[in-house]
Structure formats: structure tokens, C-alpha cells
Write a protein that binds this ligand. Structure first.
Ligand code: MN3
Length: 201
């Protein structure tokens, strides 16, 4: 059983003007597809691992044979990170989280504006390629941090609730070197109901 590229839940133009259509076509149809293909290639000679949910592979990464471990980190992480990314964006995005997640963000980070500033700061300061995350720890706390490359918070035992891709391929066609502008605009894509559905409380 091979891993598959999930369909986008919306049209490639649905995130305009925040994320342009061509970026979505290449990002989903080429970059994410390549992570899936490379993950399947890495697991080709490990049928037992092919049957594992991707969350289990990343959450127990030291159980993955050393010969393919980095390939699973890069491509399995890439697959999981992007699947989450598409799922927490959508048309008519934006606004603010409500309910339990909204309250937890306010109490943990000192309000929604401070939360957004911290996500942006982690994304801007990530040197090279990576992700800025809101995660939930095993104890239930919220944290913000960035990871390099396609490293997943699952590898640290944390559950990613919201993640924004800061690889240049995520924004360069529209924003060129202006990563901070992309990070500001990105909030207009966020589907807070999808983020809240990931929150355990
Ligand atoms: Mn990407």
C-alpha cells in the first residue's frame, strides 16, 4: 500500500490573492507529489513500514531503519507537513480562533495579535528552509517554534495544530524575498475551524 498525494479540498485558485494559483499548482502538484513519490521509494523494500500511518513513522522515527531514516524524515515529514498545511487553509479563511482554542491561545501567548507575531517571528528567523508551528505538547500545552527542512513536530512528540511553510517554494513567485509579507498575508488563508478540530481539550 503506497502513500498517495491527497487531493486539495479546494481549487488551486481558492487562496488568491494571498497565495497565487501558480504557486499552489507547483507546490501541491510537484513539490508535495515528489515527497510522496520519494517516501514510497524509500519504503519500497520495507512493506511493514508502508502499512504504518505516517504519524506513527514520524512519531517513532528511531524505530525506522537507519539506512532510510533521513529519507523518511525528509519525505515523510514533507508529506505530513504539506497534508496538514492544505487542510488548515481554505477559501474564506482568516478571522480569529474562537472557543477553547481561542481561549488557550489568548492565555498562553497574551492575545491573538501576540500569537500571530510569535508565529511570524519564528518563521522569519528560520534560516533557510523550514516551518513555523503552533503545536500541542503531550501535556496539552501550546507552544510556538520553527523546525528546519521538513522536520515534523511529531518527531519531538508534539502534535502540530497549525503550520506555515517558509520554504521559498511556498512564496517566491509572488513575494520573492519578502518572506515577512507572505507570512502577514498567509493569515487570510487560515481555516480556524480546521485548526480547532486538531486541538485536544
Ligand atoms: Mn512546501
Amino acid at each position: 500500500m503506497a502513500f498517495e498525494l491527497p487531493a486539495l479540498g479546494y481549487d488551486v485558485s481558492a487562496l488568491e490573492p494571498h497565495i497565487d494559483t501558480q504557486t499552489m499548482q507547483i507546490h501541491h502538484g510537484k513539490h508535495h507529489a515528489a515527497y510522496v513519490n520519494n517516501l514510497n521509494a524509500a519504503l519500497a523494500s520495507h512493506p511493514a513500514l508502508q502499512a504504518s500511518p505516517i504519524e506513527d513513522l514520524l512519531g517513532n522515527i528511531n524505530d525506522v531503519p537507519e539506512a532510510i531514516r533521513q529519507a523518511v524524515i525528509n519525505n515523510g515529514g514533507g508529506h505530513h507537513n504539506h497534508t496538514l498545511f492544505w487542510s488548515i487553509m481554505g477559501p474564506n479563511g482568516g478571522g480569529e480562533p474562537t472557543g477553547a482554542l481561542g481561549s488557550a491561545i489568548d492565555s498562553t501567548f497574551g492575545g491573538f495579535a501576540a500569537f500571530k507575531a510569535a508565529i511570524k517571528d519564528a518563521g522569519v528567523k528560520r534560516f533557510g528552509s523550514g516551518w513555523s508551528w503552533l503545536v500541542q505538547t503531550p501535556a496539552g500545552a501550546l507552544q510556538i517554534y520553527s523546525t528546519a527542512n521538513q522536520d515534523s513536530p511529531l518527531m519531538k512528540g508534539d502534535t502540530p495544530l497549525l503550520g506555515v511553510d517558509v520554504w521559498e517554494h511556498a512564496y517566491y513567485l509572488k513575494y520573492q524575498n519578502r518572506r515577512p509579507d507572505y507570512l502577514d498575508a498567509w493569515w487570510g488563508t487560515v481555516d480556524w475551524s480546521a485548526v480547532a478540530a486538531r486541538y485536544r481539550h
